[in-house]
Write a protein that binds this ligand. Structure first.
Ligand code: GCW
Length: 671
């Protein structure tokens, strides 16, 4: 049977004959699960399914291991924190060898479930289990996917088919896919799902839709996953019949409080609200002269004593601002200290918009009194949709590893996000989902790795991109060592390659208008002078790049002095960020020894050539990978190759109209 990708990394195909399989079989003759906790039962069922598949032997689930002389796996909820070390999160697990059995302990059912997936991962990646002793706790508390799914079944910026939520069938019919979705999320440690687009429809808050949301919550609950809703700010007007949505209006407050009660009546473990307000035309508190904090705090108050949170997005910008780079900072930084304890402010990794490479967002480190959620995009809106192979873990890590220096060296974005820099009690991370109704969920088979890597990093950001890629490859594509090494190498380099043939040296936002696909550096978007491509790349007869130093927009001043120093001088600024901050002369020599123009052209050409390299590398794994899956990736690489040339030629020829420089010798196209 051809592999259609539906099973993701949870394939559980029988392992080949090996000493390891013999060892696993001997160790897994039963599963003992004591207690009735719902999530514990899920854990036992998943372990049974996984073991039976991988080992090809039936593994019974029993109530207790007491008196059993066989060797088995014991699942146990152990409330005492001390066995888990520190930090002892409720979701942590410990796997240890006790007598002849392996024990998977958690402080909650969810902890056991995560431990079970960790154990299965050991088997799926052929790791030894003898004497196993490992423990792990999530480093970030709220680990969410954000779906940009609409009630009509479309997905904003979705490239893998339609929304997997079938609103017209809910609540009566529960598509089995919902369960498989929950399994996939739980297997990588995700514990929350905002199911609808941040450009939100008020409809989700109607009694009719809340019944549907309740049904989904019921599917997710046994997997330790809570449901969140994106809310339309003006809902009290649109579905509540009020004249205003002013957050300080008593009737508005009352409406939200009542709505929240209604939600918790239906969904007792409801996670909370995600809000996009006063951004890209969405309504918000500023419509009434109120601040983002007024709005967020009103919603937090509406949650009452329920265990819910408000994630308020900082992605805001307006026409007419001098530099969009600065706007979120200018709107939000002054509000630091004004947000209620249940509010987290959700910040994209970079200041503009999920570009192929951005400097870290200047709000990281700048709001010490407010917990900040890091929002990254898994759907490849600016990374070639589902036709380009781009592994995003390195992009996520680049942001997490960035040193904001706001409290001296070592004040990384990671420490802001996990809350440790400023001792926050709550922390969060969100990934905009790349999931749709395509049989393989993500369109591009390697898109699955982006979903996978997001969950793994949300759980433990100390994992390397390459280690995660290797795990995913072994679980999903092949365990043959040479092929694994090849695929991991291609994945590891894919994001840099994409940057080179689309937006090298710190170029940004030069993609096609609205669709955000393909090159359109010549674009002047009608009516939105702040969106024009020229605005971002600023090409002229002298040079290229956006001057954000004090001589220009001075966005650099939003960063700590050490960062300003690093990026503020065009001579020392890392080339990856050069054109983000500097307008550089075409003939200016760079650290590579080439002029700006020659370096730019070199990157466009070598980046495009690297796609051919990816194709050649992929061709070598053919014998090791399922034929259908192999052909799928190979075909998408052909598209990528064609489109890399499109980007290269469009951008080089366009910028040449300003630089008036010849194409450097090795790249002169044949005449
Ligand atoms: O990148 C932009 C997208 C919009 C999106 C917006 C946002 C949901 O082009 O489609 O809207 O970001 O993050 O709010």
């Amino acid at each position: 049977r051809a592999d259609d990708g539906y099973r993701l990394w949870l394939k559980y195909d029988q392992l080949g004959d090996s000493p390891q399989r013999t060892q696993y079989r001997a160790a897994a003759q039963f599963i003992a699960a004591t207690g009735n906790a719902e999530v514990l039962k899920t854990a036992a069922a998943e372990l049974q399914r996984g073991l039976q598949g991988l080992l090809g032997q039936p593994v019974p689930v029993v109530a207790s291991a007491a008196g059993d002389t066989r060797r088995g796996i014991v699942l146990a909820i152990v409330p005492a924190a001390k066995v888990f070390g520190s930090p002892a999160s409720l979701e942590g697990y410990r796997i240890s060898t006790q007598g002849r059995n392996l024990t998977v302990m958690g402080r909650s059912g969810a902890g056991v479930l995560y431990g079970v997936y960790a154990l299965l991962r050991q088997l799926q990646t052929s790791q030894p289990i003898a004497g196993l002793n490992l423990s792990s706790s999530p480093r970030i508390q709220y680990r969410l996917l954000n779906h940009w799914d609409n009630p009509n079944g479309t997905v904003e910026r979705g490239y893998a088919g339609s929304s997997i939520w079938k609103w017209y069938e809910l609540p009566q019919r529960l598509d089995p896919r919902y369960t498989d979705y929950a399994r996939a999320n739980a297997s990588i440690g995700l514990n929350g799902v905002a199911i609808n687009n941040v450009n939100a429809s008020a409809r989700y808050l109607t009694p009719e839709y809340l019944q549907k949301v309740k049904a989904l919550a019921g599917v997710f609950r046994p997997y330790g996953i809570r449901v969140y809703l994106s809310v339309f700010w003006a809902a009290p007007k649109v579905i509540g019949g009020l004249k205003t949505a002013d957050p300080l209006d008593p009737q508005v407050k009352q409406w939200w409080a009542a709505k929240s009660e209604e939600i918790y009546n239906a969904i007792p473990d409801f996670g909370g609200f995600l809000v996009k307000a006063n951004s890209e035309g969405e309504p918000g508190p500023q419509d009434y002269g109120r601040t983002h904090a007024d709005g967020a705090n009103m919603l937090a108050a509406a949650l009452g004593t329920h265990d819910g949170i408000v994630m308020w997005r900082a992605f805001v910008y307006k026409a007419g601002s001098s530099d969009r780079f600065k706007q979120a900072y200018e709107d939000f930084k002054p509000l630091d200290g004004q947000f209620a304890p249940k509010v987290l402010v959700q910040v994209k990794n970079g200041p503009i918009d999920f570009q192929s490479r951005e400097p870290f967002h200047p709000l990281f480190g700048a709001m010490p009194k407010t917990p900040l959620v890091l929002e990254v995009q898994l759907t490849q809106e600016y990374l070639g949709f589902a036709s380009h192979l781009v592994y995003v873990a390195p992009l996520i890590k680049e942001c997490l590893d960035a040193d904001t220096q706001t409290k001296g060296p070592g004040s990384t974005a990671t420490k802001v996000v996990d809350g440790s820099l400023d001792q926050h009690r709550i922390s969060g991370i969100a990934g905009v989902a790349n999931i749709g109704t395509d049989r393989n969920w993500t369109g591009h088979p390697v898109g699955q790795a982006n979903w996978y890597a997001f969950g793994r990093l949300a759980w433990d950001y100390t994992l390397t991109s390459a280690a995660i890629a290797a795990e995913w490859t072994k679980m999903t594509l092949t365990r043959e060592p040479q092929a694994v090494a090849t695929i991991v190498d291609v994945m590891a380099k894919s994001r840099d390659i994409y940057v080179r043939y689309t937006t090298p040296l710190g170029l940004h936002h030069i993609m096609g208008q609205s669709i955000h696909y393909g090159p359109e550096p010549w674009l002047a978007e009608a009516g939105r002078p702040d969106w024009t491509a020229v605005y971002y790349h600023k090409a002229d007869s002298l040079g290229l790049g956006f001057d954000r130093t004090a001589a220009g927009s001075n966005a650099l001043a939003l960063y700590a002095p050490g960062v300003q120093k690093q990026w503020g001088d065009a001579k020392t600024c890392p080339l990856n960020y050069l054109l983000w901050f500097h307008h550089v002369g075409w003939k200016q020599p760079l650290s590579t020894g080439r002029t700006l123009w020659n370096e730019l052209v070199t990157r466009y050409y070598t980046g495009t050539d690297s796609v051919a390299w990816m194709q050649r590398r992929w061709a070598t794994v053919k014998p090791q990978v399922d034929a259908a899956l192999f052909a799928d990736v190979a075909a998408r690489l052909q598209i990528q190759q064609r489109e890399a040339r499109w980007w290269r030629d469009a951008c080089v020829l366009y910028f040449q109209t300003f630089s008036k420089q010849p194409i450097p010798a090795p790249f002169v196209p044949p005449t």
